[in-house]
Ligand binder design. Sequence first.
Ligand code: SF4
Length: 211
Amino acid sequence: MTEKMQKIKRIVSVLKGKTALARYKSNPFVVLISTILSQRTKDENTIRAANQLFAEYKTPSELAGAPLKKVQRLIKPSGFYITKARRIKEVSKIIAEKYSGRVPSEIDELLKLPGVGRKTANCVLVYGFGKDAIPVDVHVHRISNRLGLVATKTPEQTEEALRKTIPQKFWLDINELFVKFGRNVCKPVKPKCEECFLTEDCKFKSAQKFP
Ligand code: SF4
């Protein structure tokens, strides 16, 4: 086994030992719309907006036919609600009409939806369909670089590098493990290095230089 493979196995094993994995699989449509709502806002705002929205509209056709102003009002807590409401209605209409109300489960089809990038598409695959994929958000990007798993500048580059580096059997858990670690310990600013259990794998710990 290569040194890098040993390192990945160690990191995943340590994080799994420290993380209560939800391993939830949700309705793909809820995952898709919630991930669009989550763009550029905090989790608590996303949850509030999604709860309000799905309390009123549950299916792509219901949401496609919903009054725009009402959707805007329901999702207002998520911010950028004018753009997001338009986007959500567009996506719902396409799913209702082109895909008979079912969210596609292939990444190439998901990426054809307006406003759906690789992170959102991969979230739908992992959390909506339980398929092996690596959604890379700011946490996964930052931590992968700090731990020296990749040396990349953008989340897209990180996803590509991680797919080559990490065995597929670990993909399903990577997002949840890294996001929780990133929120609780390896924060963007002032990471809690004194509490960290991955210091031996961190290439920035000794230099005290945090990208
Ligand atoms: S030592 Fe600090 S920077 Fe490195 S992984 Fe741990 S918390 Fe993050």
